[in-house]
Design a binder for this molecule. Structure first.
Ligand code: HEC
Length: 389
């Protein structure tokens, strides 16, 4: 029997498991059974459900779903038996059979070691300012081992007991953000218990750790795009102050719900025409002249350009002419290079892998219509640390 969970079903399963664990944490916290740690309730157990195994092993995911269904059936049968006395024996038998026949997953696949901050949500906010502050922290404290581009080839790396991993691949997306936070604060140890990476508990504040992690993600996105031409793992539009002609939007995040075309103006070129399908957000690079006089929305703080330069892997001076298409959920989806005329589906560099429905790709409208159709048909399903974001 090959019942593979669809990406949407897997996502719902992961989101459900994450919610259940968060609810358990909240309940224990409300009862005073788990303390506050860095402003969020601590996870009191030594293990958590391994979302990453559910993503990697389809058979395991199926067993978890089937077992949960059997468990649900058993609970239901027991509940009904309390009221329907005449059928009691039959219902107990049904509950017993469901529990015996459930294909229970093995506990070493189901669980993985956890840390007190495993379920902590990032306090970095992925803001442009925070990313830039994180970059300074990185240069001061991390670059010597992890290298100028995050590939682990810093000047001190050859002398270490263990070569630092590249931070530009899937690593940052595979880990839960609370666990990355814990590792940077408390350092890492090898199998023999000896430290492989120093701790930064005294040198960096909580906020600084979240910010350096935001920076690492921005840098990894840019290196990924530069090397492979795609964002294999999704990145968000960095938040920051915006000024809009209409409405009272004040931050990039508040544009969520609409498609946004982030555009860096080119000196001397005519302003982009407004398009009813999206909001145009002009991003100014310090020193850029001839910005459109009245853009729909504008981001002008220097940190915005600096963070976009990291995410695209392009020096700030080469940003003019770049455009980035942001979907309604705030994910960066497509990149338009300087000089490119119009959009096409091929500009989609953050894909979910799902193919559009056959027939839905009928070439109606212009290239932007096609791109929008693909963006909407392939929503980003972020499985961070195996858990839906
Ligand atoms: C003395 C060298 C050194 C310094 C300084 C250093 N690291 Fe590391 N880092 C390492 C090594 C070695 C590893 C791999 C350790 C292991 O897997 O046991 C590592 C692993 C990591 C990981 C991967 C953790 C995981 O979940 O696998 C992250 C993230 C990281 N470092 C971030 C940072 C940040 C942020 C800083 C600066 C605040 C920093 N490192 C400073 C050497 C260093």
């Amino acid at each position: 029997m090959d019942l593979t969970l669809s990406p949407a079903a897997l996502n719902s399963l992961l989101a459900g498991l994450q919610e259940a664990q968060l609810a358990l944490r909240a309940a224990l916290h409300a009862l005073g059974l788990t303390p506050d740690l860095h402003g969020q309730p601590a996870w009191p157990f030594a293990s958590r459900i391994a979302g990453e195994m559910l993503v990697m092993d389809a058979g395991h995911a199926r067993r978890v779903v089937a077992s949960a269904a059997c468990l649900g059936l058993a609970v239901l049968a027991l509940a009904v038996s309390m009221f329907w006395r005449r059928a009691r024996l039959g219902l107990w038998g049904l509950a017993l059979a469901a529990l015996l026949l459930a294909p229970w997953p093995s506990s070493n696949l189901l669980l993985t070691p956890a840390m007190p901050t495993s379920f902590h949500a990032s306090r970095g906010g992925f803001t442009a300012e925070g990313i830039v502050r994180g970059q300074n922290i990185y240069e001061q404290h991390c670059l010597r081992c992890h290298g100028a581009d995050g590939r682990g080839e810093g000047p001190d790396a050859p002398g270490l007991a263990m070569w630092p991993p590249t931070l530009n691949g899937s690593l940052l997306w595979k880990r839960m953000e609370g666990e990355l936070f814990w590792r940077v604060r408390h350092g890492l140890q090898g199998r023999d218990g000896r430290p492989t990476m120093p701790d930064f508990e005294r040198q960096l504040s909580e906020r600084q750790v979240w910010e350096v992690l935001d920076f690492l993600q921005a840098q990894a996105a840019g290196q990924m795009l530069k090397e492979s031409g795609v964002w294999a793992y999704p990145v968000r539009l960095p938040d920051g102050p915006v000024r809009c002609l209409r409405g009272n939007r004040a931050t990039a995040r508040s544009l969520a719900g609409q498609r946004v075309r982030l555009a860096v103006p080119v000196a001397g070129a005519p302003a982009l025409a407004d398009d009813p399908r999206l909001v145009t957000l002009q991003l100014l690079v310090p020193g850029t002249l001839n910005a459109a006089a009245d853009p729909e929305c504008e981001m002008a703080e220097p940190a915005a350009a600096a963070s976009l330069s990291l995410i695209l892997g392009v020096p700030a001076g080469q940003l003019p002419g770049y455009q980035v298409m942001v979907d309604r959920q705030g994910w960066l989806r497509a990149v338009g290079k300087p000089g490119q005329a119009g959009w096409s589906e091929d500009d989609l560099v953050c894909r979910s892998g799902a193919r559009p429905e056959p027939g839905s790709a009928a070439p109606a409208g212009d290239g932007l219509d096609g791109l929008i159709r693909r963006m909407d048909a392939e929503p980003v399903r972020l499985l961070r640390g195996g858990f839906a974001h």
